[in-house]
Ligand binder design. Structure first.
Ligand code: NAP
Ligand code: ZN
Ligand code: ZN
Length: 353
């Protein structure tokens, strides 16, 4: 017997979410159960509800930037207690014994279980955080620092770790390095904040001039390049040690490769639904690299969250009520969000009678 839950689900690939009742498992001995307070809307949720990557199953309850307060812990839970402020990101399980798991890189475990739309160990389907409660093994729970507001901290659980992990792994986190951030959306604006806290120089690369002022004057970026403006791209050629590319749609990689110094790295975190064209000449001519990165391991996620606490890093959010979610998805599709939608779950998500 499970426990009752309710949330918002996509029932097909139309992109529309509607109320949905389901059950979650009882709190197991290593499980932490929490009341969901807030959940961020990641662009991956939008790809998934529309089956843009061809892997979605329905009904699908999205949400992997989930924060709340612990209501129950299993008998063998040692790290958390009732009342703790916690979060869950994109993963709720992994095998625990493969090479990746052993290195703390559960995100690259072949048996990693994603927070929603995935088969769990007990063959049930996982449901995400656009819902009133959550249950998860304590090893996949992240502690939220006390000084961070929970609504604005929620997006760190996906957007934060996704940009933090590659900066660290690729050695781009050393003060004085110059990085580019492509796409000033949910991931991009958090990337600027972490990069500045690491002491990096940051150039934002965006499709238009619209976000220039905010990027420089509010987020603290050092420079701003419009990717569709050939002169601006030319003037910034060979200036960057690495680029975090967060773009969610089809776009040209050629200008981005031009912005890299020789041996520079273009790191793909944005996940367009169709393959991109890869110009190889700039790679050959200057030994440039193109690579990718998927969220980050649990240890790194906690480390990222603690750094956010220390430097007061949170997302800039538009807090929305649950009944605004379909409008929010339409706006997200058009990159019309400053800079992350977060659903006020506890106050606005109501069960259907
Ligand atoms: P988002 O808030 O929608 O931001 C994406 C940004 O990309 C937009 O703000 C826009 O920035 C730019 N963009 C959109 N369409 C474009 C186009 N046609 N050409 C050039 N630039 C374009 O999305 P997000 O939540 O940050 O997620 C971004 C991507 O990362 C999604 O594909 C998502 O699925 C993926 N993701 C990957 C991981 C991972 O682990 N690898 C984790 C989370 C998300 P400007 O307005 O500045 O141009
Ligand atoms: Zn995400
Ligand atoms: Zn594993």
């Amino acid at each position: 017997m499970g426990k009752d839950a309710f949330g918002l689900a996509a029932k097909d690939n139309s992109g529309v979410l509607s109320p949905f009742r389901f059950s979650r498992r009882e709190t197991g001995e290593k499980d932490v159960r929490f009341k969901v307070l807030f959940c961020g809307i990641c662009h991956s949720d939008l790809h998934m509800i529309k089956n843009g990557w061809g892997v979605s199953t329905y009904p699908l309850v999205p949400g992997h930037e989930i924060v709340g307060v612990v209501t129950e812990v299993g008998s063998k839970v040692t790290k958390f207690k009732t009342g703790d402020k916690v979060g869950v990101g994109c993963m709720v399980g992994s095998c625990g014994s493969c090479e990746s798991c052993t290195e703390g890189l559960e995100n690259y475990c072949p048996k990693m279980i994603q927070t929603y739309g995935f088969k769990d160990y007990d063959d049930t389907i996982t449901y995400g955080g656009y819902s009133n409660n959550m249950v998860c093994d304590e090893d996949f729970i992240i502690r939220i620092p006390d000084n961070l507001p929970l609504d604005a901290a929620a997006p760190l659980l996906c957007a934060g770790i996704t940009v933090y992990s590659p900066l660290k792994y690729h050695g781009l986190d050393e003060p004085g390095m110059h990085i580019g951030v492509v796409g000033l959306g949910g991931l991009g604006h958090v990337a600027v904040k972490f990069a500045k806290a690491m002491g990096l120089k940051v150039t934002v690369i965006s499709t238009s001039d619209r976000k220039r002022d905010e990027a420089i004057n509010r987020l603290g970026a050092d420079a701003f390049v419009v990717s569709r403006d050939q002169k601006q791209v030319k003037d910034a050629m060979r200036t960057l040690d690495g680029i975090i590319n967060t773009v969610s749609a089809t776009h040209s990689l050629l200008p981005l490769l031009g912005l890299l110094k020789p041996k520079g790295k273009l790191i793909m975190v944005g996940a367009p639904e169709k393959p991109l064209e890869l110009p190889v000449m700039p790679l050959i001519a200057e030994r440039k690299m193109v690579t990718g990165s998927l969220i980050g391991g649990i240890k790194d996620t906690q480390e990222m969250m603690d750094m956010a606490g220390k430097h007061n890093i949170t997302a800039d959010i538009e807090l929305i009520s649950a009944d605004y979610v379909n409008t929010a998805m339409e706006r997200l599709e058009k990159a019309d969000v400053r800079y992350r939608f977060v659903i006020d779950v506890a106050n606005t998500l109501k069960p259907t009678p």
